[in-house]
Design a binder for this molecule. Sequence first.
Ligand code: ADP
Length: 170
Amino acid sequence: MQVTLVQGDITAQQVDAVVNAANSSLLGGGGVDGAIHRRGGPAILAACRELRASHYGKGLPTGQAVATVAGDLPARWVIHTVGPVFSPAEDRSHLLASCYRESLRVADELGATSVAFPAISTGIYRWPIDDAARIALGAIRSAPTQVTDLRFVLFTPDAYGVFERTLGTG
Ligand code: ADP
């Protein structure tokens, strides 16, 4: 598996699957979730509503992942995963690692070999970027997967720099 770092907007990535840092409602939100729904158009939200009406009546639990169509995005699928909200009082690292592992498991089920990830939980969910980068890179390295092209798409130069340093030292 080749791991690449990209600075930019994940919605522009030409990959089989882009991962969305969703919330458990699956019905849209801010940050990367908002960007994916805006650029991907209404087909993604319609597919999410169907998931809520069928398998995920109570929403998608934290640490799990599920795929939908990608609408107008230059990708075939969106893999929605729900990161944990950072808590200084409680170690939720296993849930953050689970988002990466479960997203890769779903990618394997789809037959997706190129996948783009955002830095899950590091925005509205406030996970410190250094720690999130360490957990993300550790999780993808130890995951059994058929994915050959894995990209982290970091929105800011700061986040890109942190992932670059962590990839170099890990
Ligand atoms: P969470 O609720 O999991 O924290 P956010 O979407 O708020 O999710 O933030 C996750 C990360 O995604 C943050 O580092 C944020 O800067 C980044 N981000 C926001 N928009 C985009 C985008 N269009 N492409 C890639 N990353 C993005």
